[in-house]
Write a protein of this length. Structure first.
Lengths: 294, 268
């Protein structure tokens, strides 16, 4: 039997689009975890709110897409800052599990608010990317997937570079490494926390717009965050590069299994990968293994 | 009072609202001088430094009485990073370098201490001049430095911050005698060449006295004796309990030490 390489290529390219979105959501998660050691389970809901904000600005207020994207991303950043200031900072110093539970609560509240404001019905985002298909070689790729992939890849690259070379990125890593020592170097630690949440909120909102553009929006679209959680655990909770690689791995695996084995094997494969990685590398593929000098 | 950079008056510190660690401690650091704060384990030396730099909050501690004045203004209610930017740098116990960052990034992190001062960021060469070994390893991860190099980096961060006062917590911790000597020589040089005042907490009294101008000795949360180092060196009790030398100057064998017989005079 002949293997249909063209079909395989198309499935893979489409999967890469999904991978990039997973990686972008994973990035939002990693940013928060790296700076504040908070496992933020509300990331999927922050993503959803971002998509709804975009929906309001375009369909509701009739703004041009680029303006709506900008406003939605800013709105996502504000949402992140608000959550941090109002809910997370008072929990500073509490047990990690308490903070973790609080973020689950925040997620539920966001879903509830969304249903009150926008209703529970799924809707489609107005088309803002155009429909003309793109061909890479002979393989057909949807325009949305190409745009989604490029944007997500660019954003991740910017964050990677910023963490390495920008002074603020160093402050963020310093804070992640040792809070008291960061204070003693004159770093404004609470401001770093706010900043991390703002960047994460912005990244999540951007991911939300892209996810919504491909699959439509609904108050339940936050479950996308669950896949992103797998991504960051596979990649390492505190590694941006890990989110990138993890996103690609999970995205490809999901698509291949879904296409060749059937949709019901998607979850099996993803969580199988998760277990495998955790067994071999408990810190994730690229997570920081604590340096211990004796 | 213009020549006093740091003044601590009768402070009391309570951890977790239950455990009292400092009981009416007072000390002062004259501008440009090195002051040693000595004492045994659990006397409250590190707590004193954290009270001054306002890092107590992170450990559920609070100053419940007394006043701390740095450079003419109270430190009460100041955020720790704001104090650093005012020129009070705390080199914490156990070095506390950022292990995942490179040596250079560690120094870059310290440049945040200069925010709001408007001056130029000093070249890292000032640090490398004092500690050439850090230059060799500037692009390596700080977590892989040796203990001595990590201490050098911790002091290097303080240099970048261009402080008026450095609080040094046990720079000799876990280092070989040779390295301790090297580090303290440089500490003395920094004080001499840059005029930075220092409050130095040490268990190793002999080496601390060698660089300090004034000394305070504390036990169970308060100062029991203080004065110029020359005076302390002559004090019988200090010699015996902190420097480990007997009256005639001969080293005492541990076998002969009978703490239960000889009571410290200041406690009676």
């Amino acid at each position: 039997m002949d293997f249909d390489w063209l079909f395989f290529a198309e499935v893979t390219l489409a999967a890469l689009g999904n991978s990039a979105l997973l990686a972008l959501t994973g990035l939002a998660f990693v940013l928060i975890y790296k700076a504040t050691r908070v496992v933020n389970l509300a990331i999927g809901e922050m993503l959803m709110v971002g998509a709804y904000l975009f929906f309001s600005f375009t369909a509701g207020l009739g703004l041009p897409p680029w303006g709506a994207i900008l406003l939605a991303v800013v709105g996502g950043a504000l949402l992140g800052a608000t959550i941090e200031r109002a809910v997370i900072r008072p929990m500073l110093g509490e047990a990690a599990i308490s903070v973790f539970m609080v973020t689950i609560g925040v997620g539920s509240v966001l879903i509830g608010l969304t249903e009150i404001i926008w209703g529970a019905e799924p809707t489609a985002l107005p088309d803002f990317m155009g429909k003309a298909p793109i061909f890479i070689g002979d393989a057909y790729v949807s325009r949305k997937v190409v745009i989604g992939f490029s944007v997500a890849a660019a954003v991740i690259a910017v964050f990677l570079l910023a963490f390495r070379f920008w002074r603020g990125g160093i402050a963020l890593r310093a804070t992640a490494s040792d809070q008291a020592a960061a204070y003693s170097c004159g770093i404004n630690v609470p401001a770093v926390f706010s900043l991390a949440w703002m960047f994460a909120g912005a990244a999540a909102a951007g991911a939300g717009i892209l996810v919504g553009a491909v699959g439509g929006i609904a108050p339940t679209m936050g479950v996308f965050g669950l896949s992103a959680l797998v991504v960051v655990i596979v990649g390492g909770l505190d590694s941006i590069a890990g989110a990138l690689i993890g996103g690609v791995l999970v995205g490809l695996l999901e698509a291949w299994c879904g296409t060749y084995l059937g949709g019901e094997y998607k979850m099996l494969a993803t969580f199988g990968l998760l277990m495998l990685v955790l067994l071999v590398r408990p810190y994730g593929l690229f997570g920081t293994v604590e340096i211990e000098r004796l | 009072m213009t020549d006093t950079i740091l003044d601590v008056r009768n402070i009391e510190v309570v951890y977790n609202t239950t455990v009292q660690v400092l009981r009416g401690l007072s000390l002062s650091v004259p501008r440009g001088q090195v002051v040693a704060l000595l004492g045994s384990n659990g006397a409250g030396k590190s707590t004193t430094l954290k009270a001054i730099s306002n890092l107590l909050d992170l450990e559920d501690g609070a100053v419940t009485a007394g006043a701390i004045t740095f450079d003419g203004a109270s430190v009460a209610g100041e955020r720790p990073h704001a104090l650093v930017r005012r020129g009070l740098f705390h080199v914490m116990e156990g070095r506390r370098i950022f292990e995942d960052l490179t040596v250079e990034e560690n120094l870059t992190a310290a440049t945040f201490a200069l925010s709001g001062r408007g001056g130029p960021i000093p070249s890292f060469d000032t640090v490398y001049d004092y500690f050439p070994r850090l230059h060799e390893r500037r692009t390596g991860r700080a977590g892989y430095l040796s203990g001595g190099e990590q201490q050098m980096l911790a002091i290097g961060r303080a240099l970048i911050a261009q402080p008026k006062l450095i609080l040094l917590d046990e720079p000799s911790l876990g280092l070989s005698p040779k390295l301790v000597e090297e580090i303290f020589t440089i500490i003395a040089r920094i004080n001499r060449e840059r005029g930075v005042s220092m409050l130095l907490v040490e268990q190793n009294a002999a080496v601390a006295m060698a660089v300090a101008h004034t000394g305070y000795i504390m036990e169970t949360g308060k100062v029991v004796i203080d004065g110029p180092v020359e005076k302390l060196m002559k004090d019988q009790d200090v010699r015996e309990f902190y420097l480990g030398v007997a009256g005639e100057g001969a080293e005492k064998s541990y076998r002969d030490v009978k703490h239960y017989k000889r009571r410290k005079r200041w406690l009676s």
